[in-house]
Design a protein around this ligand. Sequence first.
Ligand SMILES: [Zn+2]
Length: 323
Amino acid sequence: MMQVFKQLVLRGILWSGIPHLFRWWNRERAAILMFHGLTDRQHSGLENCQHKHLHVKRFEAFLQHLKDHFQVIPLDELIRCLRLGLPVPKSSVVLTFDDGFLSNYTLAFPLLKKYKMPATIFLATEFVSEKKPIWVDRVDYALDHAGRTKAELVETKKKFKSMAPADLMPALQHLETSLGHRLENSNAENAPPIFRALDWEHVREMQESGLITLAAHTHCHWILGRCSAEVVKAEVQRSKEIIEQETGRPCIHFCYPNGSREDFSSETESIIKDLGFESTMTTLCGFTQPGESPYLLKRFGITDDMDLMKFQWLMSGMDRNQV
Ligand SMILES: [Zn+2]
């Protein structure tokens, strides 16, 4: 009942024209949106239970809203404005996708072309080059196939995220062995479609369109805050070099795996700057102000449990928790 009441109030506010005023008020600030994969099916069990993969129809509704009220600009343009101390283009939005899921090509790219919207894809290069599933997806897969609960999934991920890679990998293998389920190859026939990785041919075709920028997201998707300085450098450098080799273009933007406050430090940041990156992204939430540093940028995470009203509310800047 309370939920219905809240929905009615929200709908009333959205129809009142107030969001328009907020959008105008926030027009000098940019919003960087974070997506992962898209999906065109309904999921059951633990598959997509944390809503990381957005239904393609929902994604298109969000793009339509952006087309009607905002201007979607390339990440390069936003970074150029920040570096030169210029105002950011009015009501600007930057689209980003993390990890390198195949659905970025099969489901998102056709819509980005239809709406002529640029986007940046941050690639975990081991996932794309070798089809080794990202470790968090291996946790999802093993627990889902063993019929475990969402609470167990959340708890297990939380525990694993606090571990250094040298402890995490044996712990993950032990978990998989004890549950009897292991996702070996993200593009294998029996792998759930949402876990599949892009191929470099897809990456190059998207880059050729002029709409898509490719950027680095480490090689193995380790959380850098749990790694030694040597591993941080190796992970970031390897991912940059592979992307540059495969695309023939400089790779100058980086995105932290997990990206919360404890997942990076001034040390990781200076290693990444020394490798020649011009911007870094986190998963901290908020708008980007003109004159802000292009490092440790905040983003709005967009998930499949968000309806169009919630998205409109978020994009207007009316949500006090998200500014
Ligand atoms: Zn990631």
